[in-house]
Design a protein around this ligand. Sequence first.
Ligand SMILES: NC(=O)c1ccc[n+]([C@@H]2O[C@H](COP(=O)([O-])OP(=O)(O)OC[C@H]3O[C@@H](n4cnc5c(N)ncnc54)[C@H](OP(=O)(O)O)[C@@H]3O)[C@@H](O)[C@H]2O)c1
Length: 160
Amino acid sequence: MITIIAAAGLNNELGKDNDLVWHLPNDFKRFKKLTTGHHIIMGRKTFESFPKPLPNRIHLVITRNKNYQPEGAIVVHSMEDALEIAKNDEQPFIIGGGEIYKIGMDFVEKIELTRVNNAFEADTFFPEIPSDKWELISEVHHCQDEKHQFDYTYQTFLRR
Ligand SMILES: NC(=O)c1ccc[n+]([C@@H]2O[C@H](COP(=O)([O-])OP(=O)(O)OC[C@H]3O[C@@H](n4cnc5c(N)ncnc54)[C@H](OP(=O)(O)O)[C@@H]3O)[C@@H](O)[C@H]2O)c1
């Protein structure tokens, strides 16, 4: 099941200046738990936002640059090529950013979205999730605490 995993603010904010705009340790843990052992498909900008590749995941990085050869990643030039490489993985994840989510929406059956309950200044946004195409099947709310500055909700959507 090809899955998008993302965290977005109330107005679909994803990030600013090639970084995230919140720090939610439990969401990082959830991301790690869900994606470990799988292929993770991302845009070149998201890959470059990491200090280093994430352990125990196969990184597929989409770029138009035919000369791009980063350490720790397989380079591809389209979503189709990424999914072909990941075809034996029962759950490859599309992990962003904004440009790649937009392309990925047509390919996925599932969206794991962490909705961060706040508005942010951002330059990158998650696409709309139209309710006629997507069914919200699970929603788990968490309140802010000393480690989490904002309320957040784990939402799982399946394609109708
Ligand atoms: N909140 C979240 O869950 C989350 C998750 C991930 C990322 N983010 C945030 O999102 C931001 C980055 O997102 P972004 O939209 O700027 O960039 P991105 O989607 O990570 O990467 C964009 C790059 O992907 C490549 N690309 C895009 N379309 C392509 C196509 N059709 N064919 C081939 N290559 C293509 C291009 O690379 P080249 O320029 O090399 O050709 C393009 O510059 C950062 O702020 C990051 O922190 C947030």
